[in-house]
Design a protein around this ligand. Structure first.
Ligand code: SF4
Length: 479
């Protein structure tokens, strides 16, 4: 097979389409090689777009590869090999039916982890078991934060709130633990045996050498012993072609943080991995960020990120900014802060060239991604009144005015795809709700939720977001 050599994602995706077509017109490498496995509750999907489905707890006891190779995925793989379209991949089929742009199927299949496993996919076919080359897992839902848009099956802190006070009084009660239990999404309690985590560790020695990307999410992964077991494994079994990452709130207890930075500092110092990336979740600046990610201490987060960047050799950071309505008043300030971190950390050394002239070297170490929050709809950008859209427009202008130009900008600035992502999120905001009824319901739920949130968490919406107060009061008066 011809390998894709193009590193520009758009060109690579265009190049891969005829290669996929040689197999079938609906072929997608992600169905075999990309996996998200929720070890907390035994759910999986490939890729991240189709709905999660249950993993058979008995099957994984006999065969740990059943964590990824479920009967449902095998059925979808068989359909793809025959040129049929599995329902779960509808988001790709919709894009392809419009005929205007390539779907995720082309982008995913052209990425290096997909190229690496191409022959394995052909050999495996529909019925065999395959090890993914791109894997995301979460071991535990333990978390010390309970962010406004999160839920009790993903955060133990949220579960404490719901256990103490019940679901939130939105029109349809929000974040009911009984609901998550009824759909099989609630985690297995830590005190009980978890067949999925056990199967993962049985699989790990065979899986580890195949991986190209491995990402640990949560809960908060730095509060879980399995995360440190993985990192310790890397210390003893380096893999120079593996990209490892972790998604963290960067505000865990100091003991956990220090252990993490000590270990990653060793891993990066001795080149045990191709790269290590810390994804940091934060959605605004200062006390507004603290309100959204209760009970975050923003200064601790910022100090920790600096500490990680100072202590790890070429350790990478990507800020995951889940844009919701409350992000917008401080979004530009957050982008300014990210640029400042780039100024401090992206230029890594200065040397003399052959003519004795000082020349500096750098790499991109600090990145940002700005997906829009879709659920719950009443915290999404669509709830933000038009009067405040200028926050987003000003931030977009700021990003455009500070483009990344590699050495010329000392590796400081925003890349075109980062600017495009932010711009797409603003488009989503400006699309608004599909009906006035939906909009009014979202505004009502916004007030119902944050009234209770303030009471339960000891917070003060009006003091934190004074600019939004008049709208809040108007929506409240209508209830
Ligand atoms: S076809 Fe699309 S939705 Fe389905 S696995 Fe591939 S990228 Fe994901």
């Amino acid at each position: 097979m011809n390998k894709i050599t193009e590193i520009d994602p758009q060109t690579a995706a265009e190049q891969v389409v005829p290669m996929l077509d040689e197999i079938s017109p609906t072929m997608c490498m992600a169905k075999w090689l990309w996996s998200s496995i929720h070890l907390t509750n035994g759910l999986t999907n490939s890729c991240f777009l189709p709905p999660l489905h249950k993993i058979d707890a008995e099957a994984v006891k006999k065969n740990p590869r059943a964590l990824h190779n479920t009967p449902e995925k095998k059925q979808q793989r068989a359909m793809m090999l025959k040129g049929e379209q599995p329902d779960g991949c509808s988001s790709c089929w919709r894009v392809e039916a419009q005929g205007k742009q390539l779907s995720d199927r082309a982008y995913r299949s052209s990425e290096p982890w997909a190229q690496q496993g191409w022959e394995d996919v052909i050999d495996t076919g529909a019925d065999g078991d395959i090890d993914p080359t791109y894997l995301e897992v979460n071991f535990n839902h333990a978390c010390n934060l309970a962010c406004s848009y999160c839920s009790p099956h993903l955060s133990s802190k949220w579960a404490e709130d719901i256990n103490a006070n019940g679901p939130y009084p939105t029109k349809v009660p929000h974040n009911s633990i009984d609901y998550f239990k009824s759909i099989g999404h609630y985690p297995i309690p830590n005190r009980e045996e978890n067949p999925y985590v056990e199967a993962f560790w049985k699989w790990w020695p065979d899986l580890y050498p195949k991986l190209k990307h491995f990402r640990m999410t949560g809960g908060e992964p730095l509060m879980d012993k399995n995360t440190f077991r993985v990192l310790d494994y890397v210390v003893d079994n380096g893999r120079k072609d593996l990209n490892m990452s972790i998604t963290s709130n960067a505000s865990v207890p100091e003991k956990n943080w220090n252990r993490f930075v000590d270990t990653v500092s060793f891993i990066t110092e001795y080149d045990k991995l191709e790269s290590f990336r810390l994804f940091v979740s934060v959605d605004g600046w200062g006390e507004q960020a603290e309100y959204m990610r209760d009970p975050l201490d923003f200064d601790v987060l910022w100090r920790n990120v600096n500490n990680y960047l100072n202590r790890t050799k070429d350790g990478l950071v990507t800020f995951i900014v889940t844009l919701n309505m409350l992000s917008m008043p401080s979004i530009k300030k957050l982008m300014e802060g990210i640029l400042e971190l780039q100024r401090i950390h992206n230029v890594t050394k200065t040397r003399r060239d052959d003519n004795g002239k000082l020349i500096f070297y750098g790499i991109h170490r600090v990145y940002v991604d700005t997906p829009a929050l879709h659920f719950p709809a009443w915290q999404s950008l669509k709830v933000l009144p038009k009067e405040f859209w200028h926050y987003g427009d000003e931030c977009l202008e700021f990003m455009k005015a500070n483009p990344d130009k590699n050495r010329e900008s000392r590796w400081v600035g925003f890349k075109p795809h980062q600017i495009a992502r932010f711009s797409r999120s603003l488009d989503f905001m400006k699309q608004g709700f599909s009906s006035l009824e939906e909009e009014v319901e979202a505004q009502g739920n916004f007030v119902r939720f944050f009234e209770a949130y303030d009471k339960r968490r000891g917070l003060d919406f009006h003091a934190t977001f004074p600019e939004l107060g008049p709208y809040y009061n108007k929506w409240k008066a209508r209830l």
